[in-house]
Design a protein around this ligand. Structure first.
Ligand SMILES: [Fe+2]
Length: 283
């Protein structure tokens, strides 16, 4: 717990709410005897503005700023879980309440970081996606960046290769945070992050699982009927897919990065639905 408080205390200034989070951590550390009264006063003075760097206030008072302390993988994953829940609380629409309700038990679950084989899509696409997200939600972007090496990025391999086509399998990756085989264990519920490279068609598909996507980058184009016109949707607009609803995505110029959740029937594999116009988007 102390490591987490020091981590919060040494986060870069600027993110909305960061000054209050820093001061809360400072009060807890002061209560534990780890910060002096003068140091706590410096953090109180810096509480008024998120962009105020408390290191400057400390130095003005002749005090030494604390050194950032690296967190263990489990703590980084716990922080990401809290950040995703905090972010979802700012979104509105179908599926948000269902997912947050299903996510609640995860906060009591043990966190078990697993192995993390290299993944080319995550390595090449995540930095650009997080640079875009940093402008909108720096706290979430930093939480994802810090936890990303522990998310076990891999591809979804349940599709018939001849149906999904050759491009999507080598252009996407997902990192599970909550689920049966994820760092945070859950039964019949999956939540994590989903990446697709720029300018890729994720062919029309469906699945038994009700699904929430909250894209963190955008715009990207979507459709919900095979062969229909694609329509642009901005970043941060949730998409709720009831069971077996067809959906397809054409990603834009920025890598597609989304929070995904399947709220039940997660063992039933997704399936591709034929459409006559794939070649036009895969040329
Ligand atoms: Fe889906």
């Amino acid at each position: 717990m102390t490591d987490l408080l020091w981590h919060l205390l040494t986060q870069p200034p600027g993110a909305p709410g960061s000054a209050r989070a820093r001061y809360a951590a400072a009060m807890a550390l002061h209560g534990a005897g780890a910060l002096t009264w003068r140091e706590l006063e410096a953090y109180r003075e810096a509480t008024a503005f998120d962009a105020q760097d408390p290191a400057c206030v400390l130095q003005d008072r002749g005090l030494r700023p604390p050194v950032a302390r690296p967190l263990a993988a489990a703590a980084l994953l716990a922080l990401l879980l809290a950040e995703i829940d905090r972010y979802l609380a700012t979104r509105a629409g179908p599926g948000i309440a269902e997912v947050r309700g299903a996510l609640a038990p995860a906060f009591q679950a043990a966190i078990r970081p697993g192995t993390n084989p290299p993944n080319l899509v995550a390595e090449t696409c995540l930095p650009a996606a997080l640079a875009a997200l940093e402008r909108d939600d720096p706290a979430l972007a930093r939480a994802i960046a810090a936890a990303a090496p522990h998310l076990g990025w891999t591809g979804y391999d349940a599709y018939d290769p001849s149906a999904i086509g050759p491009v999507f399998p080598r252009s996407h990756a997902f990192g599970s945070l909550v689920g049966a085989a994820a760092p945070v264990a859950a039964r019949d519920f999956d939540l994590g992050l989903f990446l697709i490279a720029p300018r890729v068609l994720y062919r029309d598909h469906a699945h038994a699982a009700p699904e929430l996507y909250v894209p963190l980058t955008g715009p990207h184009r979507w459709r919900f009927a095979p062969g229909a016109a694609f329509r642009e949707r901005p970043a941060h607009g949730p998409v709720w897919n009831p069971p077996h609803r067809p959906h397809a995505i054409v990603t834009g110029d920025v890598p597609f990065l989304a929070i995904f959740a399947w709220t039940r029937d997660v063992e039933a594999p997704a399936y591709v639905i034929p459409a006559p116009d794939w070649a036009a988007y895969e040329a």
